[in-house]
Write a new protein. Structure first.
Length: 256
């Protein structure tokens, strides 16, 4: 991944998504930066994933949403509409959402799906740092993103990974927060085409070898659909093996 994108390209993309400029220092980074060995803050993670959730529009994070007097008078309300600046191609943002939403689906997320289930369209990513010293869960719905970090102030091991700690907290927070929000889903941006694949039951009926469906081909384990950018359709439109989409990767992170 890093060989393809380059370290400079990774830094540029991270800053576009919401990591503070200058936080990622080129001289300190190598190929391992692809799995997150450099420290970032929780607010940066929330902002980066909010950019993805907003289909490429980078928002302005705010710690105070509203101030209300005891009589109900609203003293301050953070602006919500019309915010954000274009940071990412909507098609790329949708592709990320389409991959990560499997983690929040109990039928597809074979590692975290049951614990992350919000019973509505959502996406989520977990991450466990080296020696289980830092554990993350970040994700959300179209209207809201939540980032949760667990770690000890003395940098000792938590003794429990992201699936047993922050993921449970994330689901509890989000399940309560979305009660007042209408159920929404991300729309497919222009320039994307749905391609059907034969599914493989080795990954709970989703993923595996992912053979594109040829005319007359029988799919014993059902089908799965992937959204492909229009200009890439020709690359996967003929029967052949394609790379497996795996979404259960642990990412080494250090919170600051």
């Amino acid at each position: 991944m890093m060989a393809y994108a380059s370290i400079e390209g990774m830094i540029e993309m991270a800053e576009r998504l919401g990591i503070e400029p200058g936080h990622l220092v080129r001289s300190r980074l190598g190929a391992s930066a692809a799995i997150g060995v450099e420290g970032v803050t929780v607010i940066e993670m929330a902002r980066a994933y909010s950019t993805i959730a907003a289909m490429g529009q980078r928002p302005t994070p705010r710690f105070i949403a509203q101030i209300v007097r005891s009589d109900g008078t609203v003293v301050y309300a953070a602006p919500r509409e019309g915010e954000g600046s274009p940071a990412l191609d909507p098609r790329l943002a949708f592709s990320m959402i389409d991959i990560l939403r499997d983690n929040a689906d109990p039928k597809k997320g074979w590692l975290a799906g049951r614990r992350a289930n919000l019973k509505r369209p959502a996406f989520v990513k977990t991450g466990t740092g080296s020696d289980v010293r830092d554990t993350y869960t970040v994700g959300g719905v179209p209207q809201l993103v939540t980032a949760v970090w667990f770690g000890n102030s003395d940098f000792t091991s938590m003794g429990i990974g992201s699936w047993g700690g922050p993921l449970v907290a994330w689901q509890s927070i989000m399940a309560e927060a979305v009660k007042t929000l209408p159920v929404e889903d991300w729309g497919v941006p222009a320039g994307m085409t749905a391609i059907a694949f034969c599914a493989d039951d080795r990954f709970n009926g989703y993923g595996g070898t992912n053979l594109p469906i040829a005319e007359g081909r029988h799919c014993p384990y059902g089908t799965a659909t992937e959204w492909i950018r229009d200009e890439w359709v020709a690359r996967v439109s003929t029967p052949r093996f394609v790379p497996v989409r795996f979404v259960g990767c642990s990412v080494s992170l250090r919170a600051e």
